[in-house]
Design a protein around this ligand. Structure first.
Ligand SMILES: [Zn+2]
Length: 424
């Protein structure tokens, strides 16, 4: 069977060798830095019985300087089974009944969070795309009338054929289509992220269809050896924004900027080593304001930039992430060959009667209180602690784990368990 596609990466502790065992109260030491949990991210629908954790050595800088949502843990791959809806409702014209069906549909796993920003309890839906979205994202869908048309699932009239389509499609099915190939570095916005990030995510997904796998034109842009973009940059002395040309390079892993378009000599050359980027609209005074931080002479320096075009600034942001990730992977490759590198880990998720369980735990001390929502996964071999940023995510992950654990094991599962254990 070929589950196990995916990604990767680093993180803090966990796995492997027995002295590195992780429990609720235990602490794993990696490079003498104490860690006690890993941030869990990814698609809960990809939780499978045979989940693979493919994790490597976590350099401290990954967690301290890079926006830590890049710290990804997880998981097995399982092509999701399309949900089969109830029988055709085309003959029904009863408004109340159709709305009732929608209210029931929106409570199902996958549909119970916004398809675009994961906000809980969405009560709008795009009936052309077949996704349930929050009020906020529905407004952004409205700006794309050629691809998306939205209605309130409570207040608007729904034709039976549209309800039938919502039953067939739904958020999970739509995700399999529109988020089929989201690159690892690409930032998926959350509920509380700024508007430009969410708006561009929605446009990238549905309007430009960047992640459907139809072509890799967009991926090539983000990951090209040289990525160039103009930005308005705030002057250090006079605080005025002036147009500068920025150049990202995956050849030497630098970010340079030039005062004039035809300048040969850059005004600054910044290493990707300590670079971080974060949208800060209020601080910068522009809805597309981006803060770029880096270290220089033991000081943290900042560049404040924006671009009036949302797509330009978000593409620049994701190109920075792509370059930064390429830098880390290159560095990680070296680490992997050294004694510091930890191996890959596998986790089989069995059934309750075989000693597997999952529960919520608090994690108030983790990452300065930012990782508050913990998950405690117990297997006969060891215990794992994962942290979520939001309570809704914690619930979603626990539900995904429980779903697997509550199922009895098949003979094939027993074989997989044995194979995975042997692979350790
Ligand atoms: Zn939303």
């Amino acid at each position: 069977m070929s589950f196990f596609l995916f990604v990767f990466l680093f993180f803090l502790c966990i796995f492997l060798n027995e002295k590195c065992r992780v429990g609720v109260n235990s602490v794993c030491e990696q490079n003498n830095k104490p860690y006690d949990a890993a941030l869990i991210r990814g698609n809960t629908e990809s939780v499978t019985r045979n989940s693979v954790f493919n994790c490597c050595c976590a350099a401290e800088e990954l967690t301290s300087t890079w926006s830590w949502n890049l710290v990804v843990v997880f998981l097995g791959f399982d092509p999701s089974t399309p949900q089969k809806g109830p029988n055709s409702f085309s003959s029904m014209a009863n408004l109340a009944r159709n709305n009732k069906i929608l209210l029931e549909l929106v409570q199902r796993p996958g549909n119970n969070v916004c398809a675009d920003c994961s906000a809980p309890e969405p009560d709008w839906a795009s009936y052309t795309l077949g996704v349930f979205v929050c009020l906020n994202c529905s407004g952004m869908h409205r700006n794309l009338p050629s691809v998306s048309k939205v209605k309130s699932i409570r207040l608007d009239y729904w034709d039976s054929s549209l309800v039938e389509f919502m039953q067939k499609r739904g958020n999970s099915e739509a995700k399999a289509i529109f988020e089929k190939c989201v690159p690892t570095f690409f930032y998926k916005p959350r509920q509380n992220d700024c508007i430009v990030l969410k708006d561009q995510w929605i446009r990238a997904k549905y309007e430009r269809r960047e992640f459907t796998g139809e072509n890799n034109r967009f991926l090539q842009i983000y990951t090209s050896e040289q990525f160039e973009s103009p930005m308005w940059k705030k002057g250090r002395v006079n605080k005025q924004f002036l147009k500068r040309n920025f150049l990202l390079s995956q050849r030497d892993f630098t970010l340079k900027y030039f005062i004039k378009e035809d300048s040969k000599v850059p005004k600054a050359v910044i290493s990707m080593k300590d670079l971080n980027a974060d949208f800060q609209p209020e601080k910068i005074g522009h809805p597309h304001g981006l803060q770029i931080s880096y270290s220089e002479d033991d000081h943290t320096r900042n560049l404040f930039v924006y671009h009036d075009d949302g797509q330009t600034v978000v593409t620049f942001f994701n190109a920075i992430r792509a370059t930064r990730l390429a830098y880390l992977l290159r560095k990680h490759q070296t680490l992997r060959n050294s004694d510091d590198a930890t191996e890959k880990g596998f986790a089989f998720i069995g059934s309750e009667s075989h000693g597997y369980s999952v529960s919520a735990c608090s994690g108030q001390s983790k990452r300065g209180g930012r990782w508050r929502w913990g998950i405690f996964l117990k297997t006969p071999d060891r215990e794992y602690v994962f942290m979520c940023e939001q309570e809704s995510e914690q619930k979603e992950w626990i539900e995904a784990f429980r779903k697997i654990i509550s199922q009895p094991m098949t003979p094939e599962d027993y074989a997989n368990e044995a194979n995975l254990r042997r692979g350790k």
